[in-house]
Design a protein around this ligand. Sequence first.
Ligand code: RIB
Length: 314
Amino acid sequence: MEKPVVILGSINYDIVATVERLPLKGETVNSYGFDVFTGGKGANQAVQVALLGMRSVFIGQVGGDVQGENVLAGIREKGVDASLAGVLSGERTGCALITVAPDGSNTLAHAAGANHRLARGLVDSAAARIREAEVFITQTEINMDALLYGVTLARDAGVKTLLNPAPAIPLPEELFAMLDYIAPNEVESGIYTKIPRQGKPAEAWRRENAEWFLKRNVKNVCITLGQEGAYFNNGREEYYIPAFPITAVDTTAAGDSFIGGFVFGIARGWPVEKCMIFASACGAVSAGTRGAQNSIGNYDTISAFLKERGAAGF
Ligand code: RIB
């Protein structure tokens, strides 16, 4: 039986207001309307993996409220194994307040709720699944002690580990050396490395960023660059791939789709450049529709997109 991808991460309901433009600090702008979607970086990544047809196991936690029931039902419907997800009564399910502008750009505030109260016991109850995984993914929308514990379990079992350090929060130094892959976006990368961009060609800035992580013994660095594409460096191989030109409707979860697609390729043993092109197609498809999990494409959709764009070898 195929080994699963295991995702330890956040699960949210997203309240999304479509605005004429993103508000400035202290400003009120009109909204054209709002919607509620199932989201959370961990859950979104788990959904992308499942929709690509791979076993996807989600470990995370909702609160004891109706939103928690809804978001768990939402990821199950998409094929994610959520049998190890916890419900913490007396706590709220994580919620993201999102504004989306007409060009697809957004702002996002995350009220973590139950996502920040993951107990070590919950991760322990999933230890057997983590140890049998092909790839273990996590993000920084959950409490750091649970994150570190999960990464340690995976690393000790020889499972490939990927951290999507979003949002950018301080990371313990010992975490870096336990990571096979780190995949920040360029804003997050800049926050971690503090490498100034001004007066520097983009390629040099990206390389310096990757080197900052490599020096800390992360094995592979993949930086997503939004509409500019994505960049990879592991000290031996270096790739830049441009993004597929699209008209973005809502970029929420596009980064999560990229991660899910990238890991799908890694789990299949594909060369890195192929993983990146496939991941980029996943992100582009997601950015073409409003919302988080409802915008994520399945394998057939991604294949059709790649074919339409003339990408060979998929
Ligand atoms: O990456 C997008 C996700 O971030 C949203 O679905 C929201 O829930 C936040 O966690």
